[in-house]
Design a protein around this ligand. Structure first.
Ligand SMILES: CC(C)(COP(=O)(O)OP(=O)(O)OC[C@H]1O[C@@H](n2cnc3c(N)ncnc32)[C@H](O)[C@@H]1OP(=O)(O)O)[C@@H](O)C(=O)NCCC(=O)NCCS
Length: 183
């Protein structure tokens, strides 16, 4: 696991290419609340909606984590982790009857100075289509609006290049990060 960080300036620059928020649609507001963003989809019949407002179904989240190969965590503890997070964002494949959760990330922090992103996952069926990057940009935009100054994350080794390509820096000298694990 490696530690990465991104400065407010870089996070801001990452946004210069983003389209403004979609005009709001009442039906989507009903599903996803007032704070949703549509991510680009290669299939025009497929609508992919990122939202901070729609409640995350813990069973669906567990299925998503299973799909990307993460160890299971007790649902009761996951629920508390989500409740205690600063931001929780889901990405749904929109469907009028049953939107499917296909992406997720959350962020902890004090809301002004520091934030740490956790658990970014895109379902394998939807990977390599720009959705991980898109979901991250929506999250960074919100953190930028909160004027958070420093954002960090701990990346799995196989995902480090994904973050580096988006302007994240490996922590300086690779020796300032320490971990403590409960045993
Ligand atoms: C890592 C992850 C979130 C990336 O999501 P994704 O939707 O597949 O990524 P994107 O399609 O947005 O990729 C954006 C760019 O990064 C590249 N990329 C994606 N995954 C990469 C990886 N693992 N290593 C290097 N580059 C990667 C893509 O090729 C793309 O490059 P481009 O902009 O030049 O075309 C996704 O693979 C995933 O959920 N993995 C399993 C869980 C995980 O490891 N999460 C990260 C925990 S730290």
């Amino acid at each position: 696991m490696l530690s990465l960080q991104i400065s407010k300036r870089r996070a801001l620059r990452a946004f210069s290419n983003m389209q403004p928020a979609e005009s709001q649609e009442p039906l989507l507001n009903k599903f996803y609340g007032n704070e949703w963003r549509e991510l680009d989809s290669s299939n025009e019949r497929l609508r992919l909606i990122a939202s901070f407002d729609r409640e995350i179904d813990l069973v669906e989240l567990e299925q998503l984590c299973d799909a990307v190969g993460w160890c299971r965590r007790p649902q009761r503890r996951v629920r508390t982790a989500l409740e205690n997070s600063l931001l929780v964002i889901g990405l749904w494949r929109h469907d009028k009857r049953f939107p499917r959760l296909i992406g997720f990330a959350r962020c902890t922090g004090d809301g002004v100075l520091d934030a740490t992103i956790w658990d970014l996952a895109i379902h394998p069926l939807y990977q390599r289509s720009g959705l991980g990057k898109g979901l991250m940009l929506v999250l960074l935009e919100r953190l930028r609006d909160m004027e958070v100054e420093k954002i960090t994350l701990f990346a799995d080794a196989q995902a480090v290049r994904f973050y580096l390509a988006q302007g994240w820096d490996l922590e300086p000298q690779g020796n300032r990060c320490v971990f403590w694990y409960a045993r």
